[in-house]
Unconditional design. Structure first.
Ligand code: PLP
Length: 386
């Protein structure tokens, strides 16, 4: 099956080898067309509610919320639209900082900055201690009676840590600890479910959907205790003097005009990935990951930092900066990344380099992509490519 045919980026960028899927995935035709579909046929606000099209758009938004929520086993009233994982995490952490004033918060060294810095900022006036952990066992060993929140990524965007979310949640939920799953990476590779965490955040841009869209799913019983951290139109029942009364449904948390076109496209993206299925995706990606590993270990001076089977592969080339490697590949139409990928905390650990080259796979990649990458790495003309 030639999956690349489903994505116009491949047609319009002949010969592109795209290996930065952790940053953004390409969009299939049907997702792109759905944006036009909204603007050409439905371009009405849900607030224009006394009209045929206004009602139709509102129905479609509810339908999208249902389908996207269902995808992660969240109910309609547990699924909030945001602009992406970063906004989802910022909102969740901000809301939590208004109900948790002391105690301990466990984060991991491999968290994305979006799952660390909002904690530092939102909790800076609270009396909370941050504790960093390495893996599942380390998290469990660091849980105490003071632990209030654990926040991790089901799949990280750097080293493959394999957190056992089910095991962590079993312990956390018994101790009333809130577990946050930053599913930005996991969502395009494997099942993500609100059954094994209290809060889930992800972006649609990494799941073949539009940029500027995301989900914040919060379990009903927790959401009831939280108050919005954004205010404006759409959430108000009435205003009397300086007091206002809030609606008591999901709209309470979503003031302002939503990204309707984005929501239409997001739903299409979820349908797209559902049709292909995680099983197929995983099979293709695993085969590619193993293939890439076998090829990369044979490249002279290449120091592989990931394990066999990792779908995100980190490496360095001896005595060449990671940016020089990425730049050389990038100018040869091979897209990878260099740096620490907004996950600076792991560089505090011993044994890790300050920067890496990263390639991240998607199901539309092929062995030909890997062969081209390896061919250029073997050539190694790092300073002679422009
Ligand atoms: C694990 C993880 N969390 C959070 C983010 C932030 O996602 P976004 O930039 O879509 O908000 C990313 C982005 O790469 C990520 O990989």
């Amino acid at each position: 099956m030639n999956y690349k045919k489903m994505f116009p980026m491949f047609k319009n960028n002949k010969g592109i080898v795209y290996l930065d899927n952790s940053a953004l995935t390409f969009k299939p035709y049907e997702v792109i067309e759905e944006g036009n579909n909204f603007y050409e046929k439905y371009s009405i606000s849900t607030r224009t509610s006394d009209s045929i099209l206004g009602i139709e758009v509102a129905k479609k938004i509810i339908d999208s919320r249902k389908i996207i929520g269902n995808f992660i086993d969240a109910k309609l009233n547990e699924t909030l639209f945001t602009s992406g994982t970063t906004e989802s995490l910022n909102l969740a952490i901000s809301m939590l900082s208004k109900i948790i004033y002391d105690g301990e918060i466990i984060l991991t060294y491999f968290n994305h900055n979006s799952n660390i810095i909002p904690f530092f900022e939102q909790f800076k006036n609270n009396n909370c201690k941050f504790i960093f952990a390495l893996d599942t066992n380390d998290i469990i060993s660091k849980i105490t009676n003071k632990t209030k929140i654990i926040s991790l990524s089901q799949i990280t965007n750097n080293f493959n840590i394999n957190f056992d979310l089910k095991k962590i949640y079993e312990i956390a939920s018994k101790k009333n600890i809130i577990l946050i799953n930053d599913a930005a990476q996991a969502i395009s590779h494997e099942k993500v479910t609100l059954k094994n965490s209290d809060i889930i955040a992800f972006s649609s841009n990494k799941i073949f959907g539009p940029t500027g869209m995301g989900i914040l799913a919060i379990k009903e019983n927790l959401l009831e205790k939280l108050s919005p951290q954004k205010w404006g139109g759409g959430q108000v029942i009435n205003v009397k003097g300086c007091n206002w009364t809030s609606k008591n449904d999901i709209q309470k948390f979503e003031p302002g005009t939503l990204n309707f076109a984005g929501i239409f496209q997001f739903k299409k993206a979820i349908e797209f990935i559902s049709n292909i299925g995680y099983e197929t995706i995983n099979k293709i990606e695993m085969e590619l990951a193993n293939y890439a590993y076998e090829k990369l270990i044979k490249v002279k001076d290449l120091q592989l930092a990931s394990k066999k089977g990792d779908k995100i592969i980190m490496f360095n080339i001896k005595n060449i900066s990671s940016q020089d490697v990425a730049s050389y590949l990038g100018h040869n139409n091979i897209y990878v990344r260099s740096g620490v990928f907004c996950a600076h905390s792991f560089t505090n650990l011993k044994g890790y380099d300050k920067s890496y080259v990263r390639l991240s796979l998607s199901f539309y990649n092929t062995k030909t992509d890997i062969n081209k990458l390896v061919k250029y790495l073997k050539k190694g003309e790092y300073f002679d490519f422009l």
